[in-house]
Design a binder for this molecule. Sequence first.
Ligand code: MN3
Length: 203
Amino acid sequence: MPFTLNPLPYAHDAVAPYVSAQTMELHHGKHLKAYVDKANELSEGTGLGDLPLEQAVLEAHKKGPGPLFNNVGQIYNHTIFWDSMKKNGGGNLPGTLEKKINESFESREGFNKKFVDTGLAQFGSGWVWLVVGKDGKLEVTKSPNGESPLLEGKTPLIGCDVWEHAYYLDYQNRRADYLKAFVENLINWDFALQKFEAADKAA
Ligand code: MN3
């Protein structure tokens, strides 16, 4: 089986109460598992699952829109999403990132507002991202369904799932409250820094 359902990087209740254990169990064990199973079924014999995940996303996208890309894209997006959160997240930014955030969004509050507003502006299912843009500046972007900034040659540092399955049990229709909890209490800035430094080195 080429694509695999990797375990969550923490316990199911690690990010509660902001995202409950029940949401995490269903989200990882049912939703993501379904994407992995479907991607394996649709990519059988193509070798796609043997590629590094980011490359598999780009190759699936070249084959055109449809279920293969959607499912492979969602495996990648959720991998970023789990790593984008941690217990006692939010909090102080590592120095390098604090400087970049202030340069790009004027302040931490400016970033928080932009992230929440962009997540609210994604009509229907999709994602909100903090990315390194092509000019090296940080940007907040959104994408529908299984798409991601990879398709535009941008590196995601943080990704947040705004499909209803990500928050409905805990927040019902209050997507804004979920996004606020994500930026204030969940973001894993150490992960964002790792991704930023890797992107910086590659540039
Ligand atoms: Mn999801």
